[in-house]
Structures are given as C-alpha cells and as structure tokens.
Design a protein around this ligand. Sequence first.
Ligand SMILES: Cc1ncc(COP(=O)(O)O)c(C=O)c1O
Length: 413
Amino acid sequence: MFTFTVNSPSSTPAFDVLDVDQLRADTRGCSEVIHLNNAGSALPPAIVVDTMVGFLRQEEMQGGYEAHAKAQGRLNNVYTSIATLLATEPTHIALTESATSSWDRAFAAIAFTEPFTSKSRILVSSSEYASNVLPIMQIVKRTGATLEFIADSPEGVTDLDSLEKLLDESVALVAINHCPSQNGLINDVAGIGEIIRSKNPNTWYLVDACQSVGQLSVDAPAIGADFLSVTGRKFMRGPRGTGFLYCSSRTLAELEPFPLDLHGGHWDSALHYSVRHGARRFESWEKSYAALLGLGAAVDYSLALGMSAIELRITELAAYARDQLATIAGVRILDRGESLSGIVTFLHETTPAAQIVERLRAAGINVSLGTPDYSQVDYLGHGVEALIRVSPHVYNTTTEIDTLVETVRELTA
Ligand SMILES: Cc1ncc(COP(=O)(O)O)c(C=O)c1O
C-alpha cells in the first residue's frame, strides 16, 4: 500500500495509484542515489538488468546465434509490447540503437526516396535537438534546401498559426520534438499533425518522441506523424544502446530506407533487390538482443503500471519540484507552456549551473547540466547559457525532492 505523503501540496489520487515502496524495491539504484536525471538515463527496474544478464549468459553458454534462435518468440513480444505502448501494430515498429539512430534512418529514407532540392523547405521547432538539426544542415549545404525555425507561441511552444502560415507545397519535411531535452514544454504534436495533413498531406512529418515516450501516454497514429523516434534509456527505463522507430502506413507504403542491409532488404538476383515489408526494413541485421530483451522488459513494466498513472505521478512530482525550487532566492524556473512534462529546468542568477550540478552530484543527487550545444536556437533565443535539469520518475519521492531543494538552497545562499 502507498505510504508516501510527506510535504505533498499537490497530493491527488494520482499519488495514491502507484505503490511507491514497491517501485523503489523494484529499482535497486534507489538505495544508492537520489536519481533525478531520468531525462538523461533512468534507473532501470531490476527486471530489465536481470533479463539482459540472463540472455548474455545464454549467449555465453550456447552461442550468440543459437541463443537468438531460441529467443525468437520473446523478441517478437518486444515489438508487440512497444506497439501496445504506442497504440499501433507490431509491423509499424523497428528496433534501433537510440533516438538519433531512429531519427537518422527516417531522415535518410526521406532524403533517398524524395531527394531534397534547392526548392525544398524544411521546418523545425525552435527547441529542436542538435543531433536532428545537424543532418538537416548538411543536406541544406549539399542541396540548397532551406531550414526554417517555426516561431514559438506566446506561451513558448511551437506555434500552430505560424506553422500554418509557413506550410505550402514546397515544405518537404516538418521535424518537431514532442518534449525537448532542455525544457518542460510539451509541443502539440497532434495539432501540428492535423495542420500538416489538412494543408499539405505530402509533407513528411517526423516527430522526436525521445523525451515523451515513457513519461506521457503517446498514441502514435493519433499524432498523424510519419515517424516517431524514441530512445530506450530515458523515461522508458530500458538499457542504454536501445531505441525504436514508429512508422506510419504511408511511410511503409512509400519510403525506402537507405542504406539497406540484408535484414532490411534482399539481394534477389545479380542486379535486383527488394525491400522488406513492414517497419523492420528500417533495422540493421546486427543487434544487441540482450539489450532489446531488456527494453521489452522495461516496456512491459511500464504497461503493467499503466501509462496514465506513470504520467500523473511524474508530472505531479515535477510540479512539486518547480513549486519548491521557486521558493529559493535567485532561482528562475525556465519551463514554458500551459501543460508541462516531467522535465524541470531552472537556473540561479549568481551561482553557475555547472557548479550547482557538480555540488549536487557530490551530495549523491543526480541532475544534469544543459548547454547551448544541445539546442542553440532555444538557449540563445531565451538568453540562457546553461541550465540545471531535474527529471523525476515514478520511483522518486517528494522527500528526495525536498533534499534536492534544501541542498540547492544551501549552496546558493
Ligand atoms: C529531445 C531529444 N531528442 C533526441 C535525443 C537523442 O537521443 P539518443 O541519445 O538516444 O540518440 C535526446 C537526448 O537527450 C533528446 O533529449
């Protein structure tokens, strides 16, 4: 039964739905650290690591290919679990190594199938992640296509009216993050999808769901995107080196991945090849099956808790952290938008962010440092040179957040 009631001003039924003692018992790292860096890489539930270790032992004792062959059923279940999580079918899911590898595969397929030209326009959010913008800039350099940043709304999220004005048939691609790395804002990706589909259905729509899947309920088809790129290790609580890619029906009907390998394609005869059916065409042949089984265990763990319960608990812990941090003299909360995610960002007017992060780590409290390297336009547009990111997960408590807040208060006094 849930026992955790300490100092919770926003105590609502959501706090009571999950058995936090059990969640902490399931998460061995909780006994070592106060881990508030789940937007970086979360503490996995024990079942994730145990699943991986178990499979590595099978590879050790039986041989990698042989262990893989025996695990086919379990591996198919990973696709089914991810499909359930995203309200889609397993044939729409590809397993990858990271959000970036998912995003890159999507972008390369668009660039290969319908090459960008000097007339192509690419629209992105002002809070887009560096690893997404860099390949776009490379294509722009090579082809003469243009890259445009969509203005923010007065609330500070990607503005739908601005997008609508920019959208015409020259827009080849719209790439938007659902939740950015460096802010608690949530972009209205379904609203954006609706505008794209009604105004210019030929435009490709690529959603970076790296920071949203695992903390928010996400219905991929309802967003109307052609792709969603996701990582395993963040709010999803899977192993490092895992990710996945959701592909729409249009993507599967029209796009050819580049480059193919012999998993995504087939060498039919000397000069002929064919492309595999379904989203697995976006995968590579070689994979860490231990890691992917661990990812499946993480997804199953979240599904068992229920994504709406997870979402409520994370967002309430984040709201509590914002409220409490805001009581510290000199602290400025940076999160924008009407509804906020589990990412809390702040800075202090005199104590450098890097110093705060370092001192917290020395005190056994993990948070992360954000710098413009991750998203130039967002940081510089808001005059932010560095920030502190706090990202709780279900296993965190308000007591841990109180410890964080009091430590920040002391070290900035
Ligand atoms: C919004 C966003 N997109 C993409 C990425 C890249 O994810 P990965 O490191 O799994 O490629 C990150 C990583 O922090 C991110 O925050």
